[in-house]
Write a protein that binds this ligand. Structure first.
Ligand SMILES: [Zn+2]
Length: 185
């Protein structure tokens, strides 16, 4: 079931963190797959990413996960599911500007807490995961496109070219240029 876009009243209640409507609906966020009570103290998303559900069960059935912070319907999200959602988010949005702070805002936590939980579950940090995703994507672009190294860096969200080259070398073992050459030979 697809949630609907919020009415003016609902959107206002979400922005004002109105607890008196907590029993009337929950709001789901399409980018992070999390859903919240209207009164959730977390940063509020853009309205175009918000879907309204009558209750927590319907949001769950639609593939959303309860927010760790406001625990809608008294539901608790496991750390495993929570960190998997972060990876899915980074898989999709690696081209955007993503920092620990951005992740913490999106996933309704603090940077410190998020990093600690993530590392304990995954064994590596969110930054390491994001770097891996970006470099894997860069490898694909080197293989299948004629884009320059600089352009590929931009495509994968690494806008500082020398940093992109350094990171690529750390993870792949050669520079992007050398890598391209080995493909041609
Ligand atoms: Zn919440």
């Amino acid at each position: 079931m697809l949630g609907r876009t919020p009415t003016e009243f609902e959107w206002q209640a979400i922005q004002m963190r109105t607890s008196s409507v907590d029993r009337e609906f929950v709001y789901a966020i399409t980018t992070t797959k999390i859903f919240c009570k209207p009164s959730c103290p977390s940063c509020k998303p853009d309205v175009e990413h918000v879907r309204i559900y009558k209750n927590s069960d319907l949001a769950m059935e639609s593939g959303y996960y309860p927010c760790k912070r406001c625990k809608p319907g008294g539901l608790k999200l496991s750390n495993q599911d929570w960190t998997n959602q972060m990876n899915a988010y980074m898989d999709q949005y690696y081209q955007e500007h993503i920092t620990l702070r951005v992740l913490a805002d999106e996933f309704h936590s603090s940077p410190y807490h998020l990093q600690r939980v993530y590392k304990s579950v995954k064994g590596y940090t969110p930054t390491e995961y994001l770097q891996k995703v970006r470099i894997q994507r860069a490898v694909e672009l080197l293989k299948h496109t004629y884009l320059s190294v600089e352009e590929i860096g931009h495509q994968v969200g690494l806008h500082n070219t020398s940093y992109f080259i350094t990171l690529f070398k750390n993870l792949v073992g050669t520079t992007p240029k050398q890598y391209k050459k080995t493909l041609e030979s």
